[in-house]
Design a binder for this molecule. Structure first.
Ligand SMILES: NC(=O)c1ccc[n+]([C@@H]2O[C@H](COP(=O)([O-])OP(=O)(O)OC[C@H]3O[C@@H](n4cnc5c(N)ncnc54)[C@H](O)[C@@H]3O)[C@@H](O)[C@H]2O)c1
Length: 233
C-alpha cells in the first residue's frame, strides 16, 4: 500500500514495531521519488501512538490518510478436545494479545489520526484492515472478534466523522500472500486455497488498489470491501 500511494504522489509515513524492518519499503517508496519516513511504533500502546503521530504531523505538517494495517494472529480452538477429553483452551493471553493489537491498536491509531485530521481542517480518510474472519472462523475466537470489532468501528467512525469531511472504510481480505500466512503449514494453505473460487491467494498489490479506490472515491464511506477471490466461510 505504501508503494502504491508513493507511486500516486503520496508522501509516506511508515510505522511498525521495529523501524529497521521498514527499510526495504522505505527505499521502494523513495525509488519512486516519494518522501518516505519510518517510525518505530507499538500501536497497542497509547503513548507510543500519540508520540508517533505527533512526530508525523511535525515532519509532514498534516496527516491526510491513515491506514490501520498492523495485525497479528494467535490461533487456537476455544476448547480443544481429543479422544473425548479436553486437552487445551484458548489462553487469556492469546485472547488479550490479539485484542490489544488488532482492536485496541486500531482504536488508538484511528482516534489519534481523527483528532489530527480535525485539527488540520483538511478532512481525511481512515482505512482499517478487517478480515473475512470477521464472520467467525474456526480457531480464531480472538482474531474474528477483533476484526468484527474493527468493522463495527469503521461504520461508527464514518457516522461520527463525516461532518469533519473524514471518510472511513475497511478492507476485509480473504487469504493474501504475506508473511502473516507463514504460521500456516503448506498443507493447511492448500486446504484454504481450494474453496476460493478464483483458486489462488490474493496479492498485496490487489489490497493496495482497493485502498487507493477508497481514498480516491469521495462518496465512499462506512463500508467494508470484501476482497477474497469470491470465498465465503
Ligand atoms: N494476509 C492475509 O491473508 C490477511 C487476511 C485478512 C486480513 N489481513 C489483515 O491485513 C493486515 C496486514 O496483514 P499482513 O498479512 O500484511 O500481516 P504481516 O504479518 O505480514 O504484517 C503485519 C505487520 O504488523 C506489524 N505489527 C504487529 N504488531 C504490531 C504492533 N503492536 N505495532 C506496530 N506494528 C505491529 C508486524 O511487525 C508486521 O510488519 C492485518 O491487519 C491482517 O489481520 C491479512
Amino acid at each position: 500500500m505504501a508503494v502504491e500511494f508513493a507511486g500516486r504522489g503520496g508522501r509516506i509515513a511508515l510505522l511498525d514495531l521495529d523501524q529497521s524492518e521498514l527499510a526495504v519499503t522505505q527505499s521502494l517508496c523513495q525509488a519512486l521519488g516519494a518522501q518516505a519516513n519510518s517510525y518505530a511504533c507499538d500501536i497497542s500502546q497509547e503513548a507510543s501512538v500519540i508520540e508517533t503521530l505527533n512526530r508525523i504531523v511535525s515532519d509532514f505538517n498534516h496527516l491526510d490518510v491513515m491506514i490501520n494495517n498492523a495485525g497479528i494472529l494467535k490461533d487456537a480452538l476455544l476448547v480443544k478436545v481429543k479422544d473425548g477429553a479436553v486437552v487445551d483452551k484458548m489462553s487469556l493471553s492469546q485472547w488479550n494479545t490479539v485484542i490489544q493489537v488488532n482492536l485496541t491498536g486500531v482504536f488508538l491509531c484511528g482516534r489519534e489520526a481523527a483528532e489530527r485530521m480535525i485539527q488540520s481542517g483538511r478532512g481525511g480518510v481512515i482505512i482499517n484492515l478487517a478480515s473475512l474472519s470477521k464472520e467467525g472462523n474456526v480457531g480464531q475466537s480472538n482474531y474474528s472478534a477483533s476484526k468484527a470489532g474493527v468493522s463495527a468501528m469503521t461504520v461508527t467512525w464514518a457516522k461520527e466523522l463525516a461532518r469533519f469531511n473524514i471518510r472511513v472504510g475497511a478492507i476485509a481480505p480473504g487469504f493474501i500472500a504475506t508473511d502473516i500466512l507463514n504460521s500456516m503449514s503448506p498443507d493447511r494453505l492448500a486446504r484454504v486455497t481450494q474453496p476460493i473460487p478464483l483458486q489462488r491467494l490474493g496479492r498485496p498489490d490487489e489490497v493496495a488498489k482497493t485502498a487507493a479506490f477508497i481514498v480516491e472515491n469521495d462518496y465512499f464511506t462506512g463500508r467494508i470491501i470484501d476482497l477474497d477471490g469470491g470465498m465465503r466461510l
